[in-house]
Write a protein that binds this ligand. Structure first.
Ligand code: PGA
Length: 262
């Protein structure tokens, strides 16, 4: 789905997330969401907070699993993804923090922590909707180029490109961690459904390679071509490099009756 603006991407994503949550409100088992960090989902989280405050959605019956966490950053540090989630979502909605899972990387055996994380996902009955951003090199989670397409949660070394992209969150570039614990590609593929969000021209090459190129470990997100239930939602700038852009727009119009004003 190619939308005019990042605000439209945000609203589309919020509608999807709320639908998953609201169909489970009366259920004895929670809605299980996979969550991402970074700049892309910030608008989505703001919108979810707004809807929760308004009473349109409740997180009381929601369990969450985050894609990844840096190694070597304390959970209480503003750079940790645990902190990011508290700041940008969890502290502002009615979620039970005991049901929010971010990979644990501080003062633990990382291999055991990875196994524990996978077990928790299994015990929750699997992830119903996984939200993904995409790196400029098409990584998903921190599954960097060359990641095994069959990988599970484990420690990955970050590429220099990812460390450069993420340096904006740190005082100095050399403070960006070199490793992270990340859900594996196979773990992500086992989600029932996936919502991949991308905004801005900086993502347009990654998006093109993801959907129009071959499936290859050099473009980790390209493996999503194999998943039966992926929704890709991007804004105009993220679509500029797509070779078949006009065709996608036309088929969206035919499928949804969605007509563009511009
Ligand atoms: P971003 O990161 O949303 O900050 O662009 C996406 C990612 O690295 O997966």
């Amino acid at each position: 789905m190619i939308l005019d603006s990042s605000d439209q991407v945000t609203n589309f994503a919020a509608d999807m997330v709320c639908e998953v949550i609201n169909t489970r409100t009366q259920s004895s088992t929670p809605a299980v969401l996979g969550l991402a960090t970074g700049g892309t989902p910030l608008g989505l989280y703001r919108e979810l907070i707004r809807r929760c405050t308004r009473g349109d959605v409740s997180f009381q019956n929601v369990e969450t699993f985050n894609l990844d966490e840096y190694v070597g950053v304390e959970p209480s540090s503003p750079q940790s993804y645990r902190y990011y989630m508290l700041e940008n979502l969890f502290s502002h909605v009615d979620i039970d923090l005991a049901r929010t899972h971010v990979p644990v990387t501080w003062n633990v055996d990382l291999e055991q922590s990875a196994v524990h994380f996978e077990r928790k996902i299994e015990q929750a009955g699997g992830i119903e909707l996984q939200i993904l951003g995409i790196g400029s090199d098409a990584h998903i989670g921190f599954n960097e180029i060359g990641s095994s397409l069959g990988s599970r949660t484990r420690v990955k070394t970050l590429t220099q490109r990812t460390r450069d992209d993420n340096a904006r969150y740190f005082d100095r570039a050399d403070q960006v961690p070199r490793t992270a614990l990340t859900m594996g590609i196979q773990t992500i593929l086992e989600s029932q459904s996936i919502l991949l969000l991308a905004t801005g021209e900086g993502k347009s090459r990654a998006i093109r390679n993801t959907i129009e190129g071959p499936i290859t470990a050099s473009v980790p997100a390209s493996v999503l071509q194999l998943h039966p239930n992926v929704t890709l939602v991007i804004d105009q700038p993220a679509s500029v490099e797509l070779a078949n852009r006009d065709y996608y727009l036309e088929s969206e119009r035919n499928r949804t009756g969605f007509s563009r004003s511009s």
